[in-house]
Write a protein that binds this ligand. Structure first.
Ligand code: ADP
Ligand code: MG
Length: 384
């Protein structure tokens, strides 16, 4: 068991015991590139997580061992004490962000390990941030509320990892609930749990194992397109501050005044926001085929209108359709990474076998396949 191995490593490193915590990675069923447009996203925490054993050590130095990298970092908790190892930046950053919010954190000993695939779009970094945020907040009685714990993780990315991410990943990792997705407004952090009963279907991730780095910062370009369209609409409808406030009619009104590309980007976003609503309704009705149809529509939009897919991931989505998946779409920022697939249990074996075979034949690269279940978020496993 992962927690037993974790404990053995803790004993070996520090000759004592600590309390154990865990916090998971996440998927997002639908609602892609809508966080910065004021729409809803629909993430869920998954059964792949970071596991942590930790105790205060009574000094002003922290000692943290990464079991997976077999590396130890030691650091103080002042702003100038940032450790060398990239993985330790997340731990240090979380402690610093808690301290900035009034937490009285002192030295701690910690060992952590995990089974969230790194860099596959399942947000292993958010899992790492969230588990430390949750544990340190408890151990040192910082009194930071749960939503702020997610913000602590997000700000760790901004200030200590150089990634200007939204709040979704950390929020899902902290707030995850077994068999539920989180319908989250990324602006206001209002949320509700949506039951996710998959019945005879499974969620499967297929990792293309490619990541194209693009010079032109496509993420920023997409944001700018959305902002220009909002500006055009707001000239006639000043109440529209983000694309989530816009209707199809408003969009049509400005079609001739914005560029063809900007218009196309905006149609994706407005359509995607509607799809999140449709998927929530379909989940309520237990209509998983309808959920799947919307996932395919999202993929189409992300590929052709928003243009954040790539040849490899488009191929995975086409294969999914060919081999009977109810739905499939690119998940995450784009230009590589995973597809998320909704697959009937009876076609699962055939699906996995065929898609791997076709992908390898075409790209000379074996895709990775991950089954995911929707699980609880950050939590204590065992007190010391
Ligand atoms: P992701 O999409 O998985 O979040 P990132 O590049 O944002 O990818 O985060 C991955 C980084 O998080 C790793 O390079 C490492 O520094 C840290 N990390 C994640 N999981 C672990 C782990 N199990 N052990 C050590 N570090 C980890
Ligand atoms: Mg990350």
């Amino acid at each position: 068991m992962i927690t037993e191995k974790l404990h053995a490593a803790f004993v070996q490193q520090f000759g004592a015991s600590g309390a154990q915590y865990t916090s998971p990675g996440r998927i997002n069923l639908i609602g892609e590139h809508v966080d910065y447009n004021g729409g809803y996203v629909l993430p869920g925490a998954i059964d792949k997580a970071i596991f942590l054993e930790i105790r205060p050590n009574g000094t002003n130095k922290s000692r943290v061992f990464s079991q997976d990298y077999n590396e130890r970092a030691e650091f103080g908790l002042n702003e100038t004490d940032k450790p060398q190892q990239p993985w330790a930046h997340y731990v240090f950053g979380v402690a610093r962000e808690l301290i900035k919010r009034g937490g009285k954190i002192e030295g701690f000993d910690a060992v952590f390990t995990g089974n969230v695939p790194l860099g596959a779009g399942l947000s292993s970094s958010a899992a790492l941030e969230s588990v430390f945020a949750f544990a340190l907040n408890e151990l040192f009685a910082c009194g930071v509320e749960k939503k702020q714990l997610a913000v602590v993780g997000q700000m760790t990315e901004h200030h200590y990892a150089g990634v200007k991410c939204g709040i979704m990943d950390q929020f899902a990792s902290v707030f995850g609930k077994k068999n539920h997705l989180i319908r989250l407004n990324c602006d206001t952090l209002e949320y509700e749990y949506v039951p996710c009963e998959l019945g005879n279907y499974r969620l499967v991730l297929v990792d293309s194992c490619v990541k194209h780095t693009l010079v032109d910062s496509p993420y920023d370009r997409r944001r700018e397109s959305c902002e220009r369209v909002v500006k055009a609409i707001a000239q006639r409808h000043p109440q529209v501050k983000v694309l989530a406030h816009a209707t199809w009619d408003m969009l049509k009104e400005v079609q001739s005044t914005v560029s063809e590309v900007d218009y196309r980007r905006a149609t994706f976003v407005v359509g995607e926001i509607k799809r999140v609503e449709k998927v929530c309704a379909a989940l309520k009705n237990g209509d998983l085929e309808e959920v799947g149809k919307n996932m395919y529509a999202t993929h189409q939009g992300l590929s052709k209108d928003y243009e954040v897919s790539c040849e490899e991931v488009d191929f995975l989505s086409e294969c999914a359709q060919k081999y009977g998946a109810a739905g499939a779409r690119i998940m995450g920022g784009g230009f590589g990474g995973c597809t998320i697939n909704l697959v009937k249990s009876e076609s699962y074996d055939n699906f996995v076998e065929k898609i791997a075979k076709d992908y390898t034949a075409k790209f000379g690269l074996a895709p990775k396949v991950y089954d995911v279940k929707i699980e609880d978020g950050a939590r204590v496993i065992a007190d010391k």
